[in-house]
Structures are given as C-alpha cells and as structure tokens.
Design a protein around this ligand. Structure first.
Ligand SMILES: [Zn+2]
Length: 422
C-alpha cells in the first residue's frame, strides 16, 4: 500500500471563489481559536471537566459553536474537524520533540481546507476537463491532466500564488517488484546539480536562475513601496508569483530526474548531507561573528535552489515503487579520495572541477571521482555484489528493464497529447 497525491488546477466560478475564501477563512479561525484554547485554557479546562483538552473535547465544543453562529454552520463540519485534527497533530509533533510550538494560521499564507475522500465525487466532462463535487460548494471544474489512481482518502483545496488547486491523497494497492538494476553513486554539487558514478551529469534548468534574478529585482521594488499601499501589495503579488513559478520548475525537474534514475538503477547511493547544517545562517553569534557571511549567503541560496530535500523525498518513493532503495553514506573525504588508488590527499583536489591524484597521477572530473567514491562506500558496507549474485541464483534475474507489479500500472508520462498544458 502506497500513498500518492494528485494535484490539479481548479477553475472555480466567481461565486465558488467567494465560498472558497469563506471556507478557508472559517477553518483558519477555528484552528486559531482552538490553538488559543489549548495554549491559555488547558489547565482550567482540565480542572473544570476532569478531561484533557484534546481533539475529542474540541470537536465537541465545535458542535456547540456551530449551533450558535450561522456563518460557522454554513461551512462544512468535516473541514472544521480536519482543522482541529491538524492542530492535534501539530501538538503531537511538538510533544514528540520534532517540531516547534504550533503557530497561528495566517491569511494569504494558509488558505486551505480539507474534506474526507468519501464526501467528494469526481466526474469527467471531456478530454481536458473534469469536475469535483465538494460538500456545500457544488461541482467545481478542474483541469484534468492525469488520472487519479487508488482510493481517495482526503481532498485538500488550497490557494497559492498561481491560484486555487485541489489535491487528492490516494491509497494505492501496490506490491513492490524485485529490482536488480545496477547501483549508482551520485555526487551533488552547486556547479553541477548531479554527477553520476557513470560519468553522466544532470543539471537544473538555467531558467531557474533567470527567474531568481527577476524575483530579487521585484523584491527590491516591493521593498521601496510604502507599507500597506495598493502598489506594494501588487509588487508583493508579483514576487510571490515568480517564487511559485520557480518552485514549479524545480519540482518538474526533480520529477524528471528522479524518474530517469529510478527506472535505470536499483540502488542509488547519496551522500548524507545535513542540508540544514549546511545552510545554517553564517552570521554567527555575538561572541563569535561569522566569517565569510556574504559568500556563505550565496552558497546557501544555491544549495536551496537545487532543492535537495525535495529531490531525496521524490527519489526515495519512486525507487520504493520499483523495489529499489535509496542509501546514504558518510560524505567525509569523498572529494579528496582517489577512486583509483584510494589515497586521501587534500592536494589532489586541484580546483572545483579537476581532481589529480598526488600519488598515482589519476586525473578525472572532481565530481565524477566523488560519485565513484560514494558508490563504493555503500557497496563496501553492504557487499552488494554477493547480494546480487544470490538473487540471480534464486532465479530473480531480469533484463535491464525495471519490472513493475501487474496490479500497478504506472500512469506517469502519458503521451504528450493527453498531458495538456497545466
Ligand atoms: Zn590515486
């Protein structure tokens, strides 16, 4: 069983858009009220009722609130309950120690609401358009760019800078096939996004940088305009639009690159980069002022631009679907080690691009050399070759093609005609 999301651009009518805003506004209010109650009144609540202030207690209070105010009752109750569930989860994560204390939701940032899967219905209108029936809203058209698979568990309607979108979270029956495609090591860099141990290179599209430049220019314009003015709001909308477009281009590239990798390789080895550490602010503390603040800020930007975290997440699930796996190894000295003789020498790394071994004279592209080292680190620890030989003896041998289970028909990459232009 795997979980997948399917996201589409909605085309609501003017009246539906008003309803969308009303729904997200009321859900946000419920969330914020519930957060306030948990923050300030949990002790009092416990003393008065003898029960903890949890989801069940707050859902009961919600029912009372709905009876009192018509405009709260006008919005679907499940959406409001889902908001309370989100809060419950946010608190659970906080108490587990993985997240910060929940913060209030904000207008123009958190504009979304969620239904349960069994409440909605989808019908096809024609080749390009479909419609979804949302409780208390009605049929809303959306641009159908690919078919939904599996059973819909829940449905989220959300607003971003590019308009209203809907995403269906689905559970898909799936048994991962046995995958014996070769292993590959990947070095991730700033100059070249990915270098494979086979010597191939994959880079994010150039247009990303151009858009970033335009976004920075738009940001400067927005900063000059008067706070609270209409013109400033307009400038900020432009910034948000560019940022959303950049995110979309990056995500598109991530999906294409990871699909390419997952189809060809069974095991993908990456360096275990602590991205959060790498991009930590360079300003330092008061006692120890950071060095090279400007340079570090530039590096941070390019690291985040490459979107490595998203890349890893997508690659992991695409591999899992095909029975492959994603491994991570310690990255220490991978760029200073010679992949021919194994000598570790700082001097061997001549420049950003060139690796020249000081001991055996091996010369290669520095990223390629590192990628081979990364692959080797994993195979050394897991003894991949004997593992594969064992699999072959068991009769699992397949040709280079990745096999997918019969119950699972990948709908990715539909023909260009069916893909549309969303
Ligand atoms: Zn060497």
């Amino acid at each position: 069983m795997i979980l997948r999301g399917f996201r589409y651009k909605l085309a609501p009518t003017a009246e539906q858009e008003v309803l969308f805003r009303q729904f997200s506004g009321v859900c946000r209010l419920i969330y914020n009220l519930a957060l306030e109650q948990r923050r300030d009144f949990w002790r009092q609540f416990q003393r008065q009722t003898g029960r903890p202030l949890n989801y069940v207690a707050q859902a009961r209070e919600l029912t009372l609130l709905r009876a009192e105010f018509d405009w709260i009752e006008a919005v679907s109750q499940t959406c409001q309950q889902q908001a309370l569930r989100d809060l419950d989860k946010a608190f659970a994560n906080f108490f587990k120690g993985g997240a910060r204390y929940p913060t209030p939701r904000r207008k123009n940032v958190n504009d979304s609401f969620r239904f349960q899967g069994r409440e909605v219905e989808v019908k096809k209108l024609n080749g390009k358009w479909s419609a979804v029936r949302l409780p208390k809203i009605g049929w809303v058209k959306f641009r159908d760019t690919r078919s939904i698979r599996g059973t819909v568990k829940n449905v989220t309607v959300a607003l971003d800078a590019l308009g209203w979108h809907i995403s269906f979270a689905c559970e898909i029956e799936h048994v991962a096939p046995i995958n014996i495609c070769p292993a590959v090591g990947i070095d991730r860099g700033v100059a070249r996004t990915l270098t494979l141990s086979t010597g191939e290179r994959l880079s994010v599209p150039r247009s990303l940088e151009a858009i970033e430049r335009r976004q920075r220019a738009a940001q400067r314009i927005a900063a000059r305009r008067k706070r609270g003015s209409v013109r400033r709001a307009k400038a900020l909308r432009r910034v948000a639009k560019l940022s959303a477009r950049r995110a979309r281009i990056r995500r598109d590239w991530q999906h294409k690159a990871t699909l390419n990798l997952a189809r060809r390789f069974g095991t993908v080895v990456l360096e275990d980069l602590r991205i959060r550490n790498m991009t930590a602010s360079a300003t330092g503390t008061l006692e120890e002022l950071g060095r090279m603040v400007r340079q570090k800020a530039g590096l941070n930007r390019s690291i985040l631009n490459q979107g490595w975290f998203g890349f890893e997440t997508i690659l992991a699930y695409k591999l899992e679907e095909r029975g492959g796996c994603l491994c991570k190894v310690d990255p220490a000295y991978t760029s200073q080690t010679c992949s021919e003789c194994g000598a570790v020498d700082r001097q061997s790394r001549k420049s950003q691009a060139v690796f020249l071994c000081q001991h055996c004279g091996f010369r290669a592209n520095a990223d390629h050399n590192a990628a081979i080292n990364i692959l080797r680190r994993n195979t050394a620890s897991r003894d991949e070759t004997s593992f594969r030989a064992m699999r072959m003896e068991e009769g699992h041998w397949l040709s280079g093609e990745v096999r997918t289970g019969s119950r699972f028909a990948p709908a990715e990459n539909p023909p260009a005609s069916a893909r549309g232009r969303c």
